[in-house]
Design a protein around this ligand. Structure first.
Ligand code: 13P
Ligand code: SF4
Length: 330
């Protein structure tokens, strides 16, 4: 059986849209109807008229689509988790608020912002406190807007993203639990990180800069602040693709983000900013076979949840949606 052909036939017969993040393997990526960064995927999935969404990505992305389009049935061919999103849950979030309170910051003086890489439970708690969601492509705007409230920003879960944008905006940041003075900071970050983007280091930047005089360094804001500081361009996955596609052919560039995406960019003069292969282990788990099996079960339409179907708690969904909609308003 030719899996690719079977998938294409099933897609034609079914009322389904296949969505894939840039970090998916090529074989899955090329069969998607919609591709993009986290923000684009959330927006475009909401707009498709299809009853079924097959989301090839990680859990928070599929959950986001279900929250924004509760009438759709969202399935993930493989339930893959984002390691960073798993670093904080509802209890850890509550604990962070407690730590801020202990440092003398009242809850009513906190405006929480959660990176979209978080669970529905965390987004809901943020929504209930009047806060909102951001992605790597709109974080600057969202934080800027958040600051207008005159409150301190609690940024969860990615400390790197929080610190990188604080630096860009000339703001003071602190990380919960590292001993720094939380009260003096404008942006207080939870101590989460992405294990994939942690692999890029200043040594990697120096290696490429030493090797090629005129090379540019482009990195994702989930990289450590030391790497972003040493980069010529920092942006979301879509912003990185645009930046690299617009470079003159002869311009060398080393890119600090996931392997599958970088490998799909122009072949000449593009390098991965690491001596290891930085694949997102869970994103990378979705295979053609998973996609086929997931589509196959839709042929027998039924009410009970399908294998891999995303179901979100009703109260979490309501408040997480509010936090997501506040982002879309901006
Ligand atoms: P983007 O929103 O830039 O696609 O980032 C998502 C992500 O998880 C990067 O690790
Ligand atoms: Fe999560 Fe990092 Fe994978 Fe992105 S690359 S999905 S942040 S673990």
């Amino acid at each position: 059986m030719n899996l690719k052909e079977e998938i294409l036939k099933l897609k034609k017969r079914l009322d389904v849209t296949v969505v894939a993040h840039f970090y998916q393997k090529d074989e899955v990526f090329e069969l998607a109807d919609i591709v993009g960064d986290s923000l684009e995927l959330a927006k475009k999935s909401m707009q498709t008229p299809s009853k079924y969404i097959l989301f090839c990505g990680v859990g928070f992305m599929g959950e986001g689509v279900k929250i924004l389009s509760p009438q759709k049935r969202v399935l993930m061919p493989k339930i893959a988790c984002c390691a960073m999103a798993r670093m904080i849950d509802g209890d850890y979030y509550d604990d962070s608020i407690k730590k801020l309170n202990e440092a003398g910051i009242e809850s009513e003086d906190i405006l929480p912002i959660t990176y979209i890489n978080s669970s529905a439970a965390v987004k809901a708690r943020v929504g209930k406190m009047g806060g909102l969601v951001c992605t790597s492509s709109n974080a600057y705007k969202i934080i800027e807007k958040g600051l207008q409230s005159g409150k301190k920003i609690l940024f969860v879960p990615d400390r790197c993203l929080g610190q990188n944008f604080a630096k860009q905006m000339n703001l003071k940041s602190a990380i919960i639990g590292d001993g720094s003075n939380l009260k003096q900071a404008d942006i207080i970050c939870y101590d989460g990180f992405c294990s994939v983007h942690q692999q890029f280091s200043v040594e990697d930047v120096e290696f490429y800069k030493d090797k090629y005089d005129d090379i540019l360094i482009a990195s994702h804001p989930e990289c450590d602040p030391s790497v972003c500081d040493a980069s010529d361009f920092v942006g979301s996955t879509s912003q990185l693709i645009k930046f690299i596609n617009e470079l003159p052919e002869e311009q060398k560039v080393a890119v600090g983000t996931e392997f599958n995406m970088v490998n799909r960019l122009r072949q000449k003069n593009t390098f991965i900013l690491s001596s290891t292969k930085p694949e997102c282990p869970t994103m990378n788990e979705t295979t053609l076979e998973d996609l086929y099996n997931c589509l196959k079960q839709l042929e027998n339409e039924h009410d009970a949840p399908y294998v891999g179907e995303i179901i979100v708690d009703e109260d979490d969904s309501k408040w997480a949606r509010i936090a997501l909609e506040r982002m879309f308003e901006i």
